[in-house]
Structure formats: C-alpha cells, structure tokens
Design a protein around this ligand. Structure first.
Ligand SMILES: NC(=O)c1ccc[n+]([C@@H]2O[C@H](COP(=O)([O-])OP(=O)(O)OC[C@H]3O[C@@H](n4cnc5c(N)ncnc54)[C@H](O)[C@@H]3O)[C@@H](O)[C@H]2O)c1
Length: 348
C-alpha cells in the first residue's frame, strides 16, 4: 500500500475525527492542515502533529507532496475548495453536504473524472456497526425487496452555530436542518436500499423555532418532512428537525436536549430497525423479533478513511462516490423546490 499524504482543511469536530481516522489507517499520513482560526489550528497541531501547517489552504494545495485533501469547511466552501483541490491534481474527501446544490455537484463529478482523481463525500454512518449489520442482512436477502424506508433525525434543542454562525445563514449553509441532518438521515435509508435513482419528491420545510436563535441571520428551515419516490417503486419518508417539542419517550442526547436518530426499512420478509438494532422477521407466518449484533466495533471514521485510501490506491471502489453525491443533491434541491411550490417535484 503506497503512503498517501493527506491535508485537512477546516479543523473543527469532523476535521479532528478524520485526523484520528488517518492515524488508525494503513497508508494514510497526516501531512498537513489548514484553518484560518488561530486557536483551532494551534490546538489541532498540538493534538495531531501534522508535518506542515497552513493558514491559506491554496498554499497547501500547491504543495506537490500533498496527495489528498479532506475538506471540513462551512458548506458554501465545499464546491470552490473541492474544485480547486481537484484542479491541483489532489484526491478529495469532502464533508457532507457534498455541495450547496446539484449543479455544483455535477461540475465536481465531471472534474474528478477528467482529472482521474478519487472524489469521496463524508458519511461515516455508512461504516457504523448497526448499519453494516443491516447491510449484511439485506445482502443475505433476509428482508426481500425493500419497499419503504423511514428516516428520522430529530432534536429537541439543537440548532448549530459553527464558527461565525454560518449554519443558520442560507448563503453560507445552503439550508438548515435538511441540508445539515436530513442528508444523514435520508442517506442512511437510501444507501441501505441500494441507492436507487430518485424519481420524485413531495416535501415541506418549516421555520418554527426562530425564537431559539440568537444570531444576526437566521433564514433557514429548522425542520423538514416529506417523501422521496425511487425508480424501483420504493419510497423513503423522512422526518428531520433541529428543534421540536419532543415527547419524553425520546431519549436525551449526549449533545443537547433530546434526540432521535433512526432508520427503519420494510421488506416483505422482514423489517430492520437500526436504533435499537433488531430484525422483525416473518417466520412461517409468525412475526418474530430477532436480536442483531452491530458488525464489528471499529470506529466508523477509521473504516471510512480506509475506504478512501484503498480507493486512491486502486484496491477498492469508493463507497461514498460522486454519482451518489449527485443523486443526494438532486433529492435535497427537489425537497426545497417542492416546499416552495407546494407540489410534487419530478426528477429526471
Ligand atoms: N460528518 C459529520 O458527522 C459532521 C459533523 C459536523 C460537521 N460536519 C460538516 O463539516 C463541515 C464543518 O462543520 P463544523 O461543525 O466543523 O463547522 P465549524 O464552523 O465549527 O468549523 C469550520 C472550520 O473551518 C474554518 N474555516 C473557515 N473558512 C476557512 C478558510 N477559508 N480556510 C481555512 N479554514 C477555514 C473555520 O475557522 C473553522 O475552524 C460542515 O460542512 C458540516 O456539515 C459533518
């Protein structure tokens, strides 16, 4: 396995998790880092000891020894910085959401193909123990053909701020709870269904909790609800919120308030639920609950990083690939359009 020199741009929570993923990997070297915030950058350097440090990410991208960039910047910078990194001949791993919209993501897909570089988007939950176990059950045919998925990511009090309050400002975030949490929830269900092509979307987003936000700009939704139809006839129903007056059967979050994150997939032979993980199986006409163990105990960020590195070294296909990022952004765009028009939005 050849060594891959990696530079991380944006050194908040996800940047730190990726540094740990690199440390646990075979072949990854934490070569460089970049952040304009001195405190963040200095704390990162002290903790993870990259070989080089940059304030200006374009100087890092110009370093010929750098092979790959991991982008953990505010959402509006995902497109220009991914484009610049691919243009500089680097492989790219960009945090979710891949871009602000599908038009941007199509440009990146083309650029990655042209430059013959790996494009990868961040979705560590695809590598988590419960999801890997569910994926194996589905691959083994235990559910039959999945016809319906439920995707839930709801918080009672969890409107994020980010450095400079960018999460609530549409120009810098692209949207609110949907583009932040919805992309996780919808992707988990859609990935387990085999990433079928989206066909139509009917959805509504809401801003009902502005009174919780003490920032100069808050022009994004704090919740989103709707349905995505796929070309194989299956559907996903999603329920997303940064803030909702949740009932007391929803558990407290380790972060703030209450939080429920779940994926449930229904097939004719069985239903799988990720949280708590279980299979509800038809056994000779009887509905039986089967306890399932999560697959492995490895850090999902480390497994995700290994797949990115293996893809760079030509040893595996990237699991989180550019075509899927295009479909995800198509779904997100259509959800916003459906909400504005009050109509179902057909996709290609
Ligand atoms: N995968 C996950 O579970 C997960 C979790 C949190 C955030 N994220 C994603 O990661 C991204 C970053 O989120 P965050 O919570 O760390 O945000 P943040 O605002 O806390 O951190 C962003 C960092 O980027 C730096 N930055 C901004 N502009 C820069 C520039 N031009 N050059 C260099 N550095 C610059 C900031 O100083 C800051 O340290 C977002 O896209 C978010 O959606 C993913």
């Amino acid at each position: 396995m050849s060594k891959v020199n990696i530079g991380i741009i944006g050194l908040g929570w996800p940047g730190q998790r990726h540094a740990e993923g690199i440390a646990a990997s075979r072949g990854g070297v934490l070569y460089a880092c970049s952040d304009t915030d001195d405190t963040r950058r200095e704390a990162f350097v002290a903790a993870y000891k990259p070989k080089k440090t940059f304030v200006d990410y374009s100087k890092m991208l110009a370093d010929p020894a750098l092979d790959a960039a991991i982008i953990c910047l505010p959402n509006f910078l995902h497109f220009p910085v991914t484009l610049a990194a691919l243009g500089a001949g680097k492989h790219v791993f960009c945090e979710k959401p891949p871009t602000l919209n599908v038009a941007e993501m199509r440009v990146l897909q083309e650029q990655a193909t042209e430059q013959k570089r790996v494009y990868f988007f961040g979705r560590q939950a695809r590598f988590s123990g419960p999801l890997l176990a569910a994926k194996q059950l589905i691959a083994d045919g235990r559910l039959g053909e999945i016809y319906f998925g439920k995707a839930v990511y709801i918080r009672s009090r969890g409107i994020p701020v980010g450095v400079g309050g960018w999460f609530t400002e549409k120009a810098r975030s692209g949207g609110g709870a949907l583009i932040d949490l919805g992309v996780h929830a919808i992707d988990s269900a859609w990935y387990l269904m085999g990433t079928p092509r989206p066909l139509a979307v009917s959805a509504q987003v809401f801003q009902k909790f502005a009174h919780h936000v003490k920032l100069p700009v808050n022009d994004v939704e704090d919740s989103a609800y709707g349905i995505v139809r796929f070309e194989n006839g299956a559907q996903v129903q999603f329920e997303i919120s940064w803030a909702a007056n949740l009932t007391d059967d929803i558990p407290p979050s380790s972060w703030t308030g209450r939080e429920l994150v779940n994926t449930i997939l229904y097939g004719p032979k069985a239903t799988v639920r990720l949280n708590p993980l279980a299979l509800f199986e038809d056994q000779n006409g009887e509905l039986v609950k089967v306890e399932i163990e999560p697959a492995g105990a490895q850090n999902p960020f480390a497994l995700q990083m290994q797949n990115f590195l293996d893809a760079i070294n030509g040893k595996a296909e990237p699991i989180n690939n550019a075509q899927q990022a295009v479909y995800l952004m198509e779904m997100l765009d259509a959800i916003y359009t459906s909400s504005t028009t009050g109509r179902e939005v057909p996709l290609a």
